[in-house]
Write a protein that binds this ligand. Structure first.
Ligand SMILES: *Cc1c(COP(=O)(O)O)cnc(C)c1O
Length: 308
């Protein structure tokens, strides 16, 4: 996949709060690069796609097939299905939970893009990274490249670091991103000098293992003294939300004309704005927020929850 076509615009947000606190806030619109391949996922997939297509003996090893994992609203499955369609790669999505008669917008789109869905119950899904489970999958579906959920792998880190080549990050003092598997975070940390502060906003409850994750994802990373984790903005847990979050997201739409998703970027921006209010950022800070996409997930919300 040619990532050169994915050039995100960077937009400056204006707000009297930012003037009062003397900070500048920008948003890198990865959500705008493509209607389906929007956000961070295509970057994380980049080297896996290259591996399945171009590595030595790729055809014998992987039979031009990818197998990966996700939930019923997964942005990762949606992006994988579309990328595989574009590149004529067979793909299998192992989905956590049961097939629901009504399905979800996400899974319908995956199937429309040619992904074969294989459902496993939540208990079994926990074993997805074990040899036993993966052998069962290759017995069932044949040779394939198995991509961990969310691209959680050093190869995903390497792909995520390409985000930092897509725009000029050098003028910012801070780069903020939502954190799920921490693969995107690892990619950013490996790509920027330690003079830039990296702000991570975990969207899962009690995510205390970020440093262990970074060791696995980016063993070459020598310093993480420029990393700050804002770990109080997960809104009760992954995918959880409340009216306060929706009100905030609608306000961002009215103030900045930026659509946020409720799982990741809504919580990240909430954390950033609250932190600005609390003088977390020094005067003169140039804050870059990454819009990592995920907007397809909003389709699962009841009508009229959001203004956009
Ligand atoms: C997957 C995702 C993230 C989290 O990325 P990780 O690399 O798993 O930390 C952030 N934002 C959006 C919109 C996502 O879909």
């Amino acid at each position: 996949m040619n990532l050169d076509i994915l050039k995100p615009p960077v937009e400056k947000l204006s707000d009297t709060l930012f003037e009062e606190k003397e900070v500048n806030v920008f948003m890198c619109r990865l959500d705008k690069v493509h209607p389906i391949l929007s956000g961070n996922k295509i970057y994380k997939l980049h080297y896996f796609l290259q591996e399945v297509l171009e590595s030595e003996n790729a055809l014998e090893k992987y039979n031009r097939t990818i197998l990966t994992f996700g939930g019923i609203y997964s942005n990762h499955l949606a992006a994988t299905a579309y990328a595989c369609k574009m590149l004529d790669i067979k793909c299998i999505g192992v989905v956590r939970g049961q097939r629901h008669p009504k399905s979800t917008h996400t899974l319908k789109q995956c199937e429309a893009d040619g992904m074969h869905l294989h459902f496993v119950n939540k208990l079994k899904y926990q074993f997805r990274d074990t040899m036993g489970f993966q052998d069962e999958m290759t017995d069932m579906f044949g040779k394939c490249l198995i991509i961990p959920e969310g691209g959680y792998h050093p190869m995903g880190t390497k792909g995520a670091s390409l985000i930092m080549e897509a725009f000029n990050f050098k003028k910012y003092s801070h780069i903020c991103t939502a954190t799920g598997t921490a693969t995107t975070l690892a990619g950013i940390l490996t790509a920027v000098p330690s003079t830039i502060e990296i702000i991570s906003v975990p969207v899962l409850k009690n995510m205390t293992d970020i440093n262990d994750r970074l060791k696995y994802l980016a063993p070459q990373l020598l310093h993480t003294n420029n990393l700050q984790i804002l770990d109080n903005y997960y809104f009760n847990g992954y995918g959880k939300r409340d009216d306060n979050l929706f009100a905030f997201m609608n306000q961002c739409w009215l103030n900045y004309k930026i659509p946020l998703d409720f799982v990741y970027t809504g919580k990240m921006m909430y954390a950033v704005i609250e932190s600005i209010k609390k003088d977390f950022f020094k005067r003169g800070s140039e804050i870059l927020c990454l819009h990592t996409g995920g907007l397809q997930g909003n389709i699962s919300l009841p009508l009229n929850t959001l203004l956009y």
